[in-house]
Design a binder for this molecule. Sequence first.
Ligand code: TXA
Ligand code: MG
Length: 362
Amino acid sequence: MTIPSGSTQVFRLNADEARDKALRIAAAAIRRGELVAFPTETVYGLGADALNAAAVERIFSAKGRPADNPLIVHIADIEQVSPLVCSIPAIFYPLAAAFWPGPLTLIMPKSAAVPDVTTGGLDTVAIRLPSHPVAQALIRVAQTPIAAPSANRSGRPSPTLAQHVLADLQGRVAVVLDGGAAGVGVESTVLDLTTSVPTILRPGGVTWEDLAAVIGDVQLDTRVSDINTAADLPVRSPGMKYRHYAPLAPAVLIEGEAPFVWEKMLQSLQVDQPQHPGLLITEEGYDWFTRQPLPERCEFVLMGKRYRPDTIAAGLYAALRRLDELQVDRIYMEGIAPQGMGLAVMNRMRRAAGGLIVQAEG
Ligand code: TXA
Ligand code: MG
């Protein structure tokens, strides 16, 4: 079914009674097999009944998503896990106790109840219990697990505001629940529990350090840790093989410590001499640049505080969308330390740069 353009209903979830009514309408849409975009604590999701194959197929066509890229199944209660999986590994319990509800997705062997289209044909299923009250309420009222990728068109940055969802999917989704800004700003951490040592397939809202503190051994999939060789490695998480987000203008990521990273950005600008450069930069970097001789028509898009990677995660996708809107002809991105939330931030920036990475030497 294609939803005619303009038929998207948008609800702002401020007042309580309006909220209950919106949730009932959205849950009814899910039960009818339609699509609902909703806020989570990471990014907005594009949801459908995870157990209804025809409904899930609509997600793929609305997003323009390749059919082999599996979806995350969202639940509101830990009891909903067992019908979705054929076995629960022991390591699941301490992880769920420590990080659910929250931005951690756990991969386990799937049961027959989960349609193949939901898992992109894989025999595993990705499950997450989000902490956002609207996400939880929607799943509860709909009384079914909800499959949801990020609510962007494939290849666009994930949406952290309802207006990003509408910019990409207006007319392609029955209902949009506007719950304000998604807090974390990058997607959940995807952790594979089917390997002997749990493997991070995608760094995200729960850090490697936090996981290690709870379960000890955690490994990082080589496709995440080494972007340069990644293209030649077999794919464990199908989403990782697609260019996550390609800015309209060619983008370069400059990595290194401050102030060398900023000096290198300035130097690259002077060498390239673009007509209309865009700098994706931290607040500290912006301060530094205001004291330098700058080319005309240089756009600065601020993304947060350099030593607070959580603030950068929160603003990153909106900043990437802003750079496209400004129609810059070349993008320079300031890299940060890949620690804590910085690992997820750098993973997204490296993929946005399509592997064009420059090291600033200190
Ligand atoms: O924070 C999030 O995770 C958001 C919100 C809406 O919950 N969702 C999200 O979904 O980011 P999506 O579809 O954009 O990313 C899901 C990632 C993809 O990289 C996909 O390949 C991977 O999870 N994935 C899903 N199921 C998998 C499985 N069974 N095995 C390996 N990777 C899987
Ligand atoms: Mg996505």
